[in-house]
Design a protein around this ligand. Structure first.
Ligand code: ADP
Ligand code: MG
Length: 691
């Protein structure tokens, strides 16, 4: 079998300020299985550079680097990532534990990056921490550990995935000599018992004394190779807990050799799991609560605006539609076509080209698909009418009972008698207030039905005329001076008013409501009516226009929220850039431990999406509440104005709720795209040097 590590003429040059820095000038080196090699040499001699090349963090400029049969010098980025994830354990001078993770979680990170389940990896990390004597520090954060404890945690982390090669860059450099000794003893034992190849960069001769071989570098060249003393640890038994070789975990047993470990590692499939990405993103968001809440606040404002505004659009549209439908979409409005007003007599009433005569109404009633025709006759706006019953006389206003305000909401029941139905030609319906004025104490509305009232109409020039009508019903309603009047009475009043005995023949009805069998019949019926010389209008056409106007309004209002979200997106991007700057070193550590560029990108993208989602979630809640509040205030106002029967105007349908959340997350993702790509692109060697 060939040597597990073989370097031939390996060189690494750097460009710095236009100068070529030769960190390694063509190094030849072979390492045998189970060997412990110490790399020594003055500062700047290329030790770290060599270690980074072996770890697959960096690429050689020239030469060959073979590791367990893999040509690392020509490996792709993805292959080098896999190499780090599966074969390498890194130990750094400054420990490089992830600050927001406990000792246990830190040790488990390499397994997390390999997609091992949470339960399994924590069990394995716990066992390993107990072995390095830190069973009582599992839930401590790095800042709560001494230097020695941190480095032992880092050793456990380097070991957890059964690597075939451990690379340590001055592992004792930040430790006092006694603690340093302990850590070296631990590493030496690993090397001896598990046969893991150990390459340790050191300044310390004491440390180098543990090695089987000492390789001396100077100016990027190997200048000397010494056989080390291979000193054994002074203090045996750094493995606490159980006897080496009798471990419960068969595959991870310390006396298993590398070959076995390799097989075990290959069985680990997949990388960082989505659930872990979510968990990490959440824990990262908790590190900067104030900053992140403020950033999410920007998204919140945008989403509040959007949700409140769209909810009104939806609610108003629904209410309009509901009211139109209660009137009936299958109805057609028919009006005469009027002559152009006389320019020389602007006060003249425009005359209809074809009056809607009773004969014409009968003709329309005979058309196929027509269910019924309701003619309307409006009394002049300026007419003065007084109603007299017994001794009581009061001024009144006449409606025809078809005014929209009375049709909103549910049709009320008559208080007595019946309503004027559209076919009834004569009669009077009193509104409650009028009936109350006519009744003596204790009399019921029913006593009015069938009674005759006298209507006194006065022309502006003073002439008066009286008309009689029979009370047919009493209904609920506002005001104390409103009556509904049948067509016969209206016709009589109009004929006298305009002094035209044949009023319906010459002027005709003002308009007709033609009810058809269904919506589909509208077009055919309206064509036939138009052929009679009349104009028609359907509610559907009006509704379409109303919908268009509302849609436009929604788009306009939505764009206000959109603008707020654009600003919010800049906030998210800014926050993510800051987070990445702060965590540059951690990104380097994650990459060294085997995270791929794609996984780093996913981590930050999900974090940004969650920032957006956080704002979206609360924006949805506040937006819904705001809509309800405005709705409530609006209804108080309308009720004070006498308008009732209007439904909820702010409606948040499921698609708006889901859509706003998705949109908020999308804003986060888009805002996080560039920062996440920056993080993914970071060079791990440079990132690890970042302070
Ligand atoms: P050592 O670890 O032995 O102290 P290094 O391997 O870190 O030395 O560095 C070897 C040489 O390469 C030094 O002169 C250093 O300045 C240079 N060097 C290392 N990394 C870079 C880099 N990214 N860009 C430019 N020069 C570098
Ligand atoms: Mg160095």
């Amino acid at each position: 079998m060939t040597d597990p590590i073989k370097l031939t003429n390996l060189a690494r040059h750097f460009e710095r300020g236009g100068m070529d820095v030769q960190a390694l000038r063509g190094v030849d080196l072979s390492v045998e299985p189970g060997e412990f090699v110490a790399l020594v040499g003055p500062s700047g001699s290329g030790k770290s550079t060599l270690l980074n090349l072996l770890g697959g963090l960096d690429r050689a400029t020239a030469g060959e680097l073979w590791l367990n049969g893999t040509a690392l010098h020509s490996a792709t980025e993805a292959d080098r990532t896999l190499h780090r994830r599966r074969r390498i354990g890194f130990i750094f001078q400054s420990f490089n534990l992830l600050p927001r993770l406990t000792a246990l979680e830190n040790v488990a990170v390499p397994l997390m990056l390999s997609g091992v389940s949470l339960a399994e990896r924590e069990a394995r990390a716990k066992a390993l921490l107990e072995k390095v004597g830190l069973g009582h520090r599992l839930d401590h954060y790095p800042t709560e550990l001494s230097g020695g404890e941190q480095q032992r945690t880092a050793v456990a982390r380097a070991l957890i995935h059964n690597p075939s090669l451990i690379l340590a860059d001055e592992p004792t450099g930040n430790l006092d000599s006694k603690t340093g000794e302990e850590v070296m003893a631990l590493l030496k034992e690993l090397n001896r018992e598990q046969g893991i190849i150990l390459i340790v960069v050191t300044h310390d001769e004491e440390v180098a004394a543990y090695a089987d071989r000492i390789v001396k570098l100077r100016d990027g060249n190997i200048v000397e190779e010494l056989v080390g003393s291979g000193r054994s640890p002074d203090r045996a038994g750094m493995w606490h807990g159980e006897d080496a070789g009798h471990s419960a975990e068969n595959a991870d047993s310390p006396n298993q050799k590398n070959q076995g470990n390799q097989v075990n590692l290959r069985s680990i499939k997949g990388g960082l799991q989505f659930s872990d990405i979510i968990r990490q993103a959440l824990s990262n968001l908790r590190r900067r609560p104030v900053r992140n809440v403020l950033t999410a606040g920007g998204v919140l404002i945008g989403i509040v605006t959007l949700v409140a505004m769209v909810s009104f659009g939806v609610g108003v549209q629904r209410e309009v539609q509901r009211n139109f439908e209660s009137i009936g979409l299958e109805n057609l409005f028919v009006r005469p076509i009027y002559d152009e007003p006389d320019v020389f007599d602007p006060f003249a009433e425009p005359a209809p080209q074809t009056p809607i005569t009773p004969e014409m109404v009968a003709q329309i009633e005979q058309l196929p698909d027509v269910v019924g025709v309701t003619p309307e006759l409006q009394l002049p706006f300026s007419i003065d009418i007084a109603l007299t019953y017994g001794d009581t006389s009061l001024p009144i206003r006449v409606t025809d009972g078809n005014e929209p305000e009375f049709n909103f909401g549910n049709e009320p029941e008559p208080l007595a008698g019946s309503f004027l139905d559209s076919r009834a030609t004569a009669g009077t319906v009193l509104v409650k207030g009028v009936a109350d004025s006519l009744l003596a104490e204790g009399e019921s509305y029913d006593s009015l039905i069938g009674e005759e009232v006298v209507l006194t109409v006065q022309l502006p020039r003073g002439e008066m005329e009286t008309f009689t009508s029979e009370i047919v019903g009493v209904r609920d309603g506002f005001g104390g001076s409103i009556i509904e009047l049948g067509l016969a009475e209206r016709e009589a009043i109009l004929a006298w008013w305009f002094n035209e005995p044949n009023f319906l023949q010459t002027e005709g009805y003002d308009s007709l409501t033609v009810q058809t069998t269904d919506l589909g019949a509208i077009t055919a019926v309206s064509t036939q009516i138009e052929e009679l010389g009349l104009q028609t209008q359907s509610l559907e056409a009006i509704l379409n226009v109303a919908n268009q106007v509302l849609g436009l309004m929604q788009a306009l209002l939505g764009s206000v929220g959109g603008l707020a979200l654009l600003v919010a997106a800049l906030g998210v991007a800014n926050t993510m850039m800051m987070a990445i700057y702060e965590r540059t070193r951690e990104i380097g550590v994650l990459k060294a431990l085997g995270a791929s560029a794609g996984e780093i990108r996913a981590l930050f993208t999900v974090e940004a999406a969650m920032l957006g989602l956080l704002g979206g979630f609360f924006g949805l809640i506040f937006g819904t509440l705001l809509g309800r509040l405005v709705d409530w205030i609006g209804h108080r106002f309308l009720i004070a104005e006498g308008v009732t029967g209007i439904g909820q105007l702010s409606v948040v349908p499921w698609w708006l709720a889901l859509g706003s959340l998705a949109f908020a997350a999308f804003i986060g993702v888009v805002a996080g795209l560039y920062p996440a790509a920056r993080a993914a692109r970071l060079d791990p060697v440079a990132a690890l040097r970042h302070e």
